[in-house]
Ligand binder design. Structure first.
Ligand code: DX5
Ligand code: ZN
Length: 219
């Protein structure tokens, strides 16, 4: 079953409680939360207090995508704030195995994200222990960018890698430039969690936007 997760990055930041409740009513399956620190990526967004404040106003699964250096410093706070999935970048974690174990110990599910230029082979050693692999289909930092087509091949590589190590529980997520046109190839390659920022929050009618995305699914 394909899950659609609007990315808060494209929401109206002056009205976040209403925005989150709107996409919940409109059929979103989870909420994607982009934490950026201005170092790992050249943009700053929000931190744990904002996520904790929103937690009270929705039942959606919280999927935190950390585009920060040293993401491990946020593990306890994010778990306490009620986040269910915490995803860190492979490129930000020299001790990735340790960080993933710490996330699991906190009670959250652990995910690893790859920038477009990072090969899937970098995940071979930890593929059996992750709950989620996120393939970035844009260079992280901003919403509204153009989809990078070779991300589709990388999703296919992740599908193969997870099968090889016998991890049939892990989610394959894709993030960046997803529209009704690009959702087809990524789902055909094996992605099941689809992040969409401008294609949902950027549209006036979010229910219609989510329906349009579902209409492009090819599996
Ligand atoms: C980009 C973020 C994405 C972003 C996607 O660095 O990780 O989650 O919100 O936005 P769209 O769907 O507009 O490309
Ligand atoms: Zn993201």
């Amino acid at each position: 079953m394909i899950q659609i997760g609007p990315s808060l990055l494209s929401a109206d930041f002056s009205n976040l409680k209403a925005e989150v409740q709107d996409i919940e009513r409109s059929g979103a399956d989870f909420l994607h939360l982009d934490m950026m620190d201005g170092h790992f990526v050249p943009n700053l967004t929000f931190g744990v207090p904002l996520i904790a404040a929103l937690r009270k106003h929705t039942n959606l699964t919280f999927d935190a995508h950390l585009m920060t250096e040293c993401p491990e410093v946020y593990i306890d706070e994010l778990a306490h704030a009620g986040v269910q999935y915490m995803t860190v970048h492979e490129e930000a974690c020299p001790h990735l195995d340790r960080v993933l174990h710490k996330i699991k110990e906190s009670g959250m599910k652990c995910g690893v994200a790859l920038n477009p230029s990072t090969p899937v082979s970098s995940l071979e050693c930890i593929a059996s222990l992750v709950d989620l692999i996120l393939i970035m289909s844009v260079n992280p930092g901003f919403g509204g960018q153009k989809f990078i087509p070779y991300a589709v091949d990388k999703i296919g590589d992740v599908t193969e890698l997870l099968a090889t190590v016998g991890n049939d529980k892990a989610v394959i997520e894709v993030d960046g430039g997803i529209t009704a046109d690009t959702i087809g190839p990524v789902t055909a390659a094996g992605a099941t969690w689809i992040v969409a920022g401008s294609a949902v929050f950027g549209q006036p009618d979010r229910a219609e936007a989510i329906r349009a995305l579902r209409g492009g699914i090819l599996v």
